[in-house]
Design a protein around this ligand. Sequence first.
Ligand code: GLC
Ligand code: CA
Length: 554
Amino acid sequence: MTRQWWKESVVYQIYPRSFNDSNNDGIGDINGIIQKLDYLKELGVDVIWLSPVYESPNDDNGYDISDYTRIMSDFGTMEDWDRMLQEIHKRNMKLIMDLVINHTSDEHNWFVESRKSTDNAFRDYYIWRDKPNNWESAFSGSAWKYDKTTNQYYLHLFSQKQPDLNWENPDVRNDLFTMMKWWLDKGVDGFRMDVINFISKDQRLPDGEANNGKLYASGHSYYMNGPRVHEFLQEMNQKTLANYDIMTVGEMPGVTPEQAKLYTAESRNELDMVFHFEHMDIDSGPDGKWDIKPWSLVELKQILSKWQTELEYEGWNSLYWNNHDQPRVVSRFGDDGAYRVESAKMLATTLHMMKGTPYIYQGEELGMTNVRFNKIASYRDIETLNMYEEKINEGAEEKALLETIHAKSRDNARTPMQWDSSANAGFTETAPWLQVNPNYVDINAASAVADPNSIYHYYRKLIALRKKYPIVVYGSYELLMPESESIFAYTRELRNKHLLVVSNFTNEFVHFEIPKDYLKATKIIGNYHERNEKLEQKLELKPYESCVYYDADF
Ligand code: GLC
Ligand code: CA
């Protein structure tokens, strides 16, 4: 396995709308990010992944791009962006941009042209058909929209304002590659590629299998990891990525480890790593994310461990609990009440001691929690609003829907970053575009930075350990006690060095039998400070306790 800077890095994701508002219009912006770069440097992260800041009508908060080479005015100007990049590089950090190229906005000039007539030069930049198939959009309803000008339908896997690009058309690919080169030449250090495994559609566009009389069906098997996706990515790599020292991560719903190896094996020259969703799906039933079911630790361990071992020799993992689309992890897999601090640290330990590149989503380092707005009007996310409307029309109860939204809405991740205990959490001095979580009075960066025992400082230590011990980055992985319903324990090994990671996922005391070889090991981090440095054979773990032991000797 080769050494690479991006394998040794920790990435921090910024969702710019919610990060920091410098001009008090209620919306986070680029100058607001610049003001907080020292905070990020202090935390110890190496790379910033910036969610889209391109020109966009904001149907999906910037994931609907109308001009790839301009900055959305809400966020500032290109001069601001240039200065931000300089300031990031000055601090020895790197910047990766979000690249949304499965679709554009319907206000992108290509689409404005495309919809004008069937013989327009840009017609084939998108996917037009006389008749829609039965695919369902990720944001509810049909994935096809009728356009009366030309009496045809266009495909939109996401919102109606996000028409899918037609990657079969070489002009589309060339234009996108030219745009990517433009950003790379400006000095960006890589890309996070939005739903990049959706770009190749089965050209027959067959109906999906409809469930119990439902109108729409999933078309996943016809566009996730589609027929030409590897060919397209290899072409992209050759024409753009290969010429720069950058990192790439592909967002890939529905990807399996077998496919991930094809996307990330170094010999194949596609991408560096992928985001899979298997661990994010463990609390979803057969009807998808809103069909909430209880999750099990045994399954969580089985999934994460499978990815660890499958990508041991080939490819590379990204490690994450959170992003702008997911509920807050401490509310989801931890305890956001009495054990918020302990469980946030425990979850961080469990993830950051694994093999792969860790990602921290803004506010995760503070243990920010889900929010519970009590009326739908407080929500902004298009996925949430569309689902709500659809279900209300089908006769669902508002109260039950709100419960679901409290658990799963993307707005859980998007409430403004909690900087301090002043009004609006110090995010803005006016009404923010999405209300702050009222718990900002207690949970905020100012108090976390001031408290040496905070979650924030714990993340700093985890990041520092990754830098200090190569075993954390490159060691092999082995799961212990796969059947335990309370403990997540694993070991790492690199050239006779060993690491033991033990986490209690419950709010009860549990016992853990230390493997004999580790009895001489030393604790290098843990979330309860009373714990002895030396190991006893039988460890009694406190609620949500997590510890890491290191031994260089056996
Ligand atoms: C990705 C993004 C999500 C967006 C969707 C469509 O899943 O992470 O925020 O809505 O793609 O671009
Ligand atoms: Ca602003």
